[in-house]
Structures are given as C-alpha cells and as structure tokens.
Design a protein around this ligand. Structure first.
Ligand code: ATP
Length: 246
C-alpha cells in the first residue's frame, strides 16, 4: 500500500557561487519512518537540511511538508517540522524552561499545555530536575537533549536532525536515538537524520547515501547489503561513497 509521504522533496538543486552542492536530490519521507542520511564531509547533507527547513531556497526543485509548499506557504510547512541542527538554537543565558517556553509561544501553544509537554519531555530525556538550570551551565550532551525536547514540543509530523548526536557519550547517543525511534512507532513521526557515523545508521529503517550532491543509494539496509559486494556494512558504505573513511 502506498501512502502520501509526510515530506516530499523533488529534484533539489543548489549551488554556492556556481559550484553545485546538490544536483537533483529527491526525498520522500513516510509516516513512522526513520531515514538515515549518510555522507562524507561536503556531500551536501547540511545543504539538504537547510533547504528542507526553509532556511534557504533551492535553485530548482520543490519541497512539500504535510501538503504545504515550502516556498509558497513556509509558515504552514514549518509548523509540521521539528529541527535539531548542529549549531545550538538555545539562548545560553536563559534557563531551560525559558528556552522551551519561547519555542511553545512561537508555536502558539497554550501555557498549560506547554508546561505539561515540557515536563513530560524533560522527564523522558532524564532531565526532570534541569528546568531551572541556565543553559550555559549544562554540558554539551545535556544541551543536545534539551534541543531534542524543544524540537518535539509542538509534536511535529517530521523531525529533521543534523548530526544531532555529536557531543554525546555512547549511552546518551543510544538513549536519544531510542527516544526518537519510539516516537516514530507511537506517533508515526517521520525522521530524517543526517550523520557521518556509519555504525549509528543501523537502527534506521532506510539508508540514503549522499556523495557530491547526488544520491548514491536510497533503500533499506537489507537491500543495500544484498546489492553490495559481500563486505561488511562499513566496508560497503565506504566503497559506495568512494572514501577510505568518513
Ligand atoms: N555557505 C556556503 N558557501 C559556499 N559553499 C558552501 C556553503 N555551504 C556549503 N558549501 C559547500 O557545499 C558543499 C556541500 O556542503 P555541506 O555543508 O552541505 O555538506 P555536508 O555533507 O553537510 O558536510 P559536513 O558534514 O562537513 O557538514 C561543500 O562543497 C561545501 O564546501
């Protein structure tokens, strides 16, 4: 059965000063799906995520989120997106609570609903006692978790994560990914998650390999391994990306 994807990007092109960074990329994210976007430095992962979040416009191509065209109706499209970027979006001098309330106000959530979701979100990430802490006083790993709580407060249909596990120790990284994974299952949230950590992508439903602005593979990890040349997962990913390491 085919269903309408929650997010569709078609034929995305983007160049910087005439140098192409994306050359006709297509993405379709289905409800409940976790898609890992893997590629070496400079492959175009951040550029793709910046286009999908409406930060920049593509030179060519279209992006539709929950039926809303990103260029024609950006605020409607963005209302269904949660974003965790490499760069922190938190105000370092405000408390965790103030940062999170700022986000829920932006999305027009009533305060009572906002406070309940914030309490639940912090508790789910093991941060129930950190609401009053000033963000600057938190470790890098804890800030990442707060970023995730923030990104989920308006219950987005689609979550976009760019290297969201950077700075986390292995246990926290696993916890963050498990949390996201269970939201895919329970709420049908779709996730596009850019990373350069090959081993990390094994928990994803689908793998997209990006190299020099072009999609080299898009499908399940099983399909990738079946089409490969018999090496282990890491070896085959590096072969597909023509890299000795990522
Ligand atoms: N603002 C910019 N101005 C000029 N060139 C850029 C800009 N942003 C990215 N590029 C170039 O576009 C290409 C794709 O970069 P991008 O950051 O999207 O890749 P990436 O896969 O996210 O890499 P990384 O993992 O290093 O962040 C690279 O050649 C990069 O140098």
């Amino acid at each position: 059965m085919t269903t309408t994807p929650l997010l569709t990007a078609q034929n995305l092109h983007k160049a910087y000063n005439g140098k192409p960074a994306l050359k006709g990329v297509n993405v379709a994210l289905q409800a409940g799906e976790m898609l890992a976007l893997l590629g070496p430095n400079g492959a175009g992962k951040s550029t793709l995520l910046q286009l999908l979040t409406g930060l920049f416009s593509p030179d060519q191509g279209t992006i539709v989120v929950m039926g809303h065209d990103m260029q024609r109706h950006p605020s409607r499209a963005l209302a269904s997106l949660g974003v965790v970027f490499q760069q922190s979006a938190l105000d370092m001098d405000l408390s965790v609570m103030a940062n999170l309330l700022f986000h829920t106000d932006l999305h027009g959530l009533p305060r009572a609903v906002a406070k309940q979701r914030i309490a639940d979100g912090l508790a789910a990430m093991g941060l129930g006692d950190q609401a009053k802490a000033v963000v600057r006083s938190l470790s890098g790993g804890t800030r990442r978790k707060v970023e995730l709580v923030r990104a989920l407060l308006h219950e987005p249909a689609v979550l976009l994560m760019d290297e969201a596990t950077v700075g986390l120790d292995p246990a926290s990284r696993q916890h963050l990914l498990d949390t996201v994974r269970s939201l895919c299952h329970t709420r049908g949230m779709a996730v596009l998650w850019a990373t350069h950590l090959i081993e990390e992508v094994k928990v994803a439903d689908r793998l997209m390999l990006l190299h020099q602005g072009t999609v080299r593979f898009d499908g399940s990890i099983d399909a990738f391994m079946q089409a490969s040349q018999g090496g282990d997962f890491q070896t085959e990913v590096l072969r597909a990306l023509e890299k000795p390491s990522l």
